[in-house]
Design a protein around this ligand. Structure first.
Ligand SMILES: Cc1cc2nc3c(=O)[nH]c(=O)nc-3n(C[C@H](O)[C@H](O)[C@H](O)COP(=O)(O)OP(=O)(O)OC[C@H]3O[C@@H](n4cnc5c(N)ncnc54)[C@H](O)[C@@H]3O)c2cc1C
Ligand SMILES: Cc1cc2nc3c(=O)[nH]c(=O)nc-3n(C[C@H](O)[C@H](O)[C@H](O)COP(=O)(O)O)c2cc1C
Length: 616
């Protein structure tokens, strides 16, 4: 199989068609269960993609990817002991799962049955037109369950040594190779490290890969375990983790194997991808969320316009599990997960009449609206009271671990600069000015303001707002108390602790970062554990701020005190409804967007900016 470039679109749900249009060479549709009724992780009824009445849909997946100009692959996936079954699941070792489902230790007969399904599924994938297959051997799924000492407690020839633990996974590969023949590409995904107790060692992974090499054509290096939350943050890393975390292992695999090696996870920019390929560290790069944020990433890179790529923030709002399905979306791509009602940026409906759109406030909501309205053919003016555009992004991008937000800010500023958008900086919007501009359409995007709780002593000199603390960390003393343990307070606390300060977070509720998605909360929890100088006091309310001590009440109502050099207020944001209302009545078409209506996040600001501009 010849690929047109070295970019693989790794499985991230069902939006593979646009990824193919965007220029990736190989698009992997994910996932196809191996064994009907026994291998799904979604539901016991998950359809088998090659069943008679599913084939037409599956064939469409192939054609959609081909239509976009990419080669098509499919992830072949067996959940093993974690299968959503109603009666029993099968895995390397017997157990009763927390949900009461029995996991049966696979005997020879069960193994044979599973192998038959692997053969059938692989052969069907080939027959239906996929150009290659991608076998999931990582993230704690069935083959990984056999490989990993965390799951495999057998004492027979399938357990114990790595030679034994490799035996069944190798039989899968042998079976699949036989089923698809020699001239058909087989790729596998493997976890180099599982990030749990009793994780498989990288040495063992390399042992297995060397044994697997005769059967496979390429391998993709990942890490972590999907089903175990602490380890899942390493499959799908947040911005709190380093970028390209799996590269160290992929490099070594590439050095020791003959077959091509790809790496996945947090490869963010074309420069990063170019570097690791040109240095010979890997042969191909696999992208997950970067292509959800911008499916046209490859084309933009290829055409020499990396500055037009919409950067992924690694917020993981796209990952259904982390939001518990409440609010799945992408911080920067309003279309992701909403394709049926949000048009693509490359396919924006042109405005029927050119209008003058005036936008008040140049934060993410205002900037996104400005770019979109301009692309639709409108004349756009932004009024911003600060000396720069960016809104809260100017502060967030100064924080540690927020390189992605800096990229987003750079992206917005570049895009505004590239268009004929009039920007009035250092200009506070007032109704008279807006009237003078005679807008046909007015978008209000003033953002929110930081909340100052009416606590005695809050006006004290040593009390600061979160944004001030972010902007001037050099002015902070050694002992810091943060009031409010939402994600903003936690991030500030983590950064200060990383810089050696003694930090205590006071939080009224029983959860830190309750507003964050669960994956991000877990990532923060793990980071907090690394710092002895970072403390949090839950269910504690601040009652008074004195010159050198903060007085708070703990869960039992006892009054306690904490000495401090600085107290940082991170107690939420408030909408600016009155200000917003004062701008209604000037222009018939007036809409308020983003935080000024209801404080939220970048995802909401971006979505509202985009859709408001679509409606003009
Ligand atoms: C410290 C902090 C950290 C955060 N971290 C994250 C994060 O990691 N991820 C995330 O998703 N969200 C985060 N948020 C929330 C996120 O920043 C906001 O939801 C988002 O910026 C809202 O966008 P917006 O455009 O509505 O408002 P803003 O970003 O607040 O922009 C509003 C703009 O309007 C301008 N303006 C206000 N009044 C006037 C006026 N009268 N005339 C002209 N201009 C005016 C302001 O100067 C500002 O530039 C954070 C918020 C804070 C405070
Ligand atoms: C929304 C979403 C869905 C995913 N679905 C799958 C899947 O079906 N199969 C799989 O092996 N990995 C899946 N993943 C993991 C990705 O393929 C990829 O390994 C991971 O996101 C890390 O790469 P990235 O940092 O480039 O996003 C998914 C990730 C996301 C964010």
């Amino acid at each position: 199989m010849i690929l047109k470039n070295r970019i693989i679109a790794t499985p991230t749900g069902d939006d593979f068609e646009e990824k193919a249009m965007g220029g990736a060479a190989l698009v992997i549709a994910g996932h196809a269960i191996v064994e009907p009724g026994r291998s799904s992780f979604a539901s016991p009824e998950e359809p088998y993609p090659f069943a008679k009445y599913e084939r037409e849909e599956t064939r469409k997946k192939v054609l959609k990817i081909h239509r976009g100009g990419a080669k098509a692959s499919v992830e072949i996936f067996h959940a093993g002991q974690d299968a959503r079954t109603v009666d029993y699941a099968k895995g390397p070792s017997a157990l009763i799962r927390p949900d009461g489902v029995e996991v049966k230790e696979m005997d020879e007969e069960m193994m044979e049955e599973t192998l038959r399904w692997y053969a059938e599924t692989a052969a069907s994938a080939k027959k239906i037109g996929f150009d290659s297959i991608f076998l999931h051997f990582g993230h704690g799924w069935l083959p990984a369950q056999f490989l990993s000492p965390h799951y495999n407690h057998r004492t027979d020839i399938y357990g114990g040594s790595i030679e034994n633990r490799s035996r069944f996974p190798l039989r899968i590969l042998e079976t699949v190779r036989k089923a698809v023949g020699n001239n058909y590409p087989i790729d596998i995904r493997i976890s180099a490290y599982e990030w749990i107790e009793d994780s498989i060692s990288f040495e063992d992974v390399m042992y297995f890969l060397k044994k697997a090499e005769p059967y496979i054509d390429t391998v993709q290096i990942s890490s972590g375990i999907d089903k175990i939350f602490e380890a899942n943050v390493h499959c799908i890393t947040t911005n709190l983790e380093e970028e390209m975390p799996n590269l160290k292992w992929a490099k070594q695999a590439k050095a020791e194997l003959q077959i091509p090696v790809s790496v996945v996870s947090a490869v963010m920019t074309p420069a990063m991808a170019d570097e690791i390929i040109s240095k010979g560290y890997v042969d191909m790069v696999a992208f997950g969320r970067t292509l959800l944020a911008d499916p046209y990433w490859p084309k933009k890179a290829m055409e020499g316009h990396p500055e037009d790529i919409v950067p992924c923030l690694r917020c993981s709002n796209c990952y259904h599990i982390s939001s518990d399905h409440w609010n799945v979306g992408c911080s920067v791509n309003p279309r992701y997960h909403h394709q049926e009602f949000v048009p693509s940026e490359i396919n924006l409906p042109k405005a029927e009449t050119k209008k003058h759109v005036v936008i008040l406030g140049g934060g993410p909501a205002g900037m996104k609206a400005a770019i979109t309205a301009s692309d639709r053919g409108h004349k756009v003016t932004i009024i911003e009271k600060q000396k720069e555009l960016g809104g809260m992004l100017r502060f967030i991008s100064k924080e540690a671990h927020k390189e992605e937000v800096q990229r987003l800010l750079d992206y917005y500023l570049t895009q505004i600069f590239k268009r004929e958008i009039e920007v009035l900086l250092n200009t506070e919007a007032d109704p008279e000015l807006v009237k003078e501009l005679q807008p046909d359409s007015l978008l209000i995007a003033f953002g929110a303001v930081e909340r100052i709780l009416p606590i005695p002593g809050v006006e004290g000199e040593k009390v600061q707002l979160a944004t001030k603390a972010i902007a001037h960390p050099e002015q902070l003393g050694q002992n810091i108390v943060i009031l409010g343990g939402g994600s903003i307070g936690c991030e500030i606390g983590l950064e200060l602790a990383e810089n050696g300060k003694n930090v205590t977070i006071l939080e009224l509720t029983d959860t830190l970062a309750a507003n964050a998605n669960s994956l991000y909360r877990e990532a923060l929890r793990q980071k907090f554990l690394l710092h002895e100088n970072l403390h949090s006091l839950l269910k504690c309310g601040c009652s008074r701020i004195e010159e050198d001590v903060v007085i708070y009440k703990n869960e039992s109502g006892e009054e306690k005190q904490l000495p401090y050099d600085q107290l940082i207020l991170s107690t939420g944001l408030v909408a600016q409804r009155q200000l917003v209302e004062s701008f209604y009545g000037i222009c018939r078409d007036t809409v308020a967007i983003g935080d000024c209506v209801s404080p939220s996040n970048i995802m909401n600001a971006n979505f509202e900016g985009y859709t408001a501009a679509l409606n003009i």
